[in-house]
Design a protein around this ligand. Structure first.
Ligand code: APR
Length: 268
C-alpha cells in the first residue's frame, strides 16, 4: 500500500547511523502493524479509540463492569490478527537481523504476533500479548479462546471462559490495561536494550502512553541516537536524533535494501 506524501528514499544520516550500528533496538507501536490491516489506536477516523472507549475496553474497571463485552472485543482482535499477515516492514526487520555481526532487538507495545510470524523473536512485549490469556483470579495461564465467529465485525458480548483451576476465575486477555503495571521483567529488559544499543529506531508509536513512551528518552539520555520512523509527528518527534516521515512498510524495506546493497559493495 503506497502512502502518498511519504519518503521512500533513505535519508543519508538515517542510512549512515544504521550502517555503522552493530546493536540496534527497534521499538514498535501500532503503526508497525497498520499496513497489515490492524487498526492503530489514535489515528484520526481509523484509530480503535475513535470507535470505542478505552475506559470500557482496556481497563480492569471495564472488565469488571462487563466481562462479556471486553472478552468479545479482544476475541475479535484475535480473529483480526489471525486473518492478516506481517507486512514488508516486519519482514525487513527480520532480514536485517540476519546480516552478519548485527544484533537487532525488538521491543513492542503491540499485542499482535506479526513480528514473530515474520521470523523475528520479540525481546519484550511491554503491553502483553493477545495470545497469552490467563485467569483473572488465580492468574494461571489459559489457552487462547477460539473466536466463535466467522464474521469480521466484532460481536457485542461473548461470555468469558471459566477457569478450570479455580472456582471463581474467568479467562481474560494477557494484555496490559490502563492503570495496570507492565510486566516488570519485560520493561526492565526493554530499558536495558535502549541504553546499550548503538542505535534505536522508534517505529509507529504516538509516544503518548507511559511508561513505554519513556524508553526512547532513556536511549537519548544514554547518548544513543534515536531515529523516529512515522508518517506523522509524535510526542517524541522534537527529541529524536532524526525524524523520517515514512511508513513502516515503505521505510524499513528501503533501509534494509540500501544496507544490503552497501554490504555487497553497491554503495560507497
Ligand atoms: N507506519 C508507521 N507509523 C504509522 C503508520 C505506518 N503505516 N500508520 C500510523 N502510524 C503511526 C501514527 O502516526 C502514530 O504515531 O503510528 C502511531 C500510532 O499511535 P497509536 O495509535 O497511539 O498507537 P501506539 O503508540 O502503539 O499506542 C500505545 O496505547 O492504547 C494503548 O496499549 C495500547 O500499546 C498501545 C499504546
Amino acid at each position: 500500500m503506497a502512502t502518498m506524501g511519504v519518503m521512500t528514499g533513505v535519508p543519508h544520516d538515517v542510512f549512515a547511523l544504521a550502517r555503522s550500528a552493530r546493536t540496534v533496538t527497534v521499538l514498535t507501536g501500532a503503526g508497525m502493524s497498520a499496513e497489515s490491516g490492524v487498526p492503530t489506536f489514535r489515528d484520526a477516523q481509523t484509530g480503535l479509540w475513535t470507535q470505542v472507549a478505552p475506559e470500557d475496553l482496556a481497563t480492569p474497571e471495564g472488565w469488571e463492569r462487563d466481562k462479556a463485552y471486553v472478552n468479545a472485543w479482544f476475541l475479535w482482535r484475535v480473529h483480526l490478527v489471525r486473518s492478516v499477515e506481517p507486512n514488508a516492514g516486519h519482514y525487513a526487520i527480520a532480514r536485517w537481523a540476519a546480516f552478519p555481526d548485527r544484533e537487532i532487538r525488538i521491543v513492542t507495545q503491540n499485542i499482535d504476533d506479526l513480528h514473530e510470524r515474520a521470523g523475528s523473536p520479540v525481546l519484550a512485549h511491554v503491553h502483553g500479548s493477545l495470545f497469552e490469556w490467563r485467569c483473572d483470579r488465580c492468574e494461571r495461564p489459559a489457552p487462547t479462546p477460539e473466536p466463535p465467529f466467522a464474521t469480521t465485525g466484532p460481536i457485542d458480548h461473548i461470555a468469558p471462559d471459566q477457569c478450570i483451576h479455580c472456582a471463581s476465575g474467568e479467562i481474560r486477555p494477557g494484555v496490559v490495561w490502563f492503570n495496570e503495571p507492565l510486566p516488570q521483567d519485560s520493561f526492565f529488559k526493554a530499558a536495558l536494550v535502549c541504553r546499550d544499543a548503538d542505535l534505536v529506531l522508534v517505529v509507529g508509536t504516538s509516544g503518548i502512553v507511559q511508561p513505554a513512551a519513556t524508553l526512547p528518552h532513556l536511549a537519548m539520555a544514554a547518548g544513543v541516537p534515536v531515529i523516529e520512523l512515522d508518517p506523522r509527528p509524535t510526542e517524541f518527534s522534537p527529541y529524536a536524533t532524526h525524524v523520517w516521515r515514512t511508513t513502516a512498510a515503505l521505510g524499513l524495506p528501503a533501509l534494509v535494501d540500501a544496507l544490503a546493497d552497501q554490504a555487497r559493495g553497491g554503495i560507497e
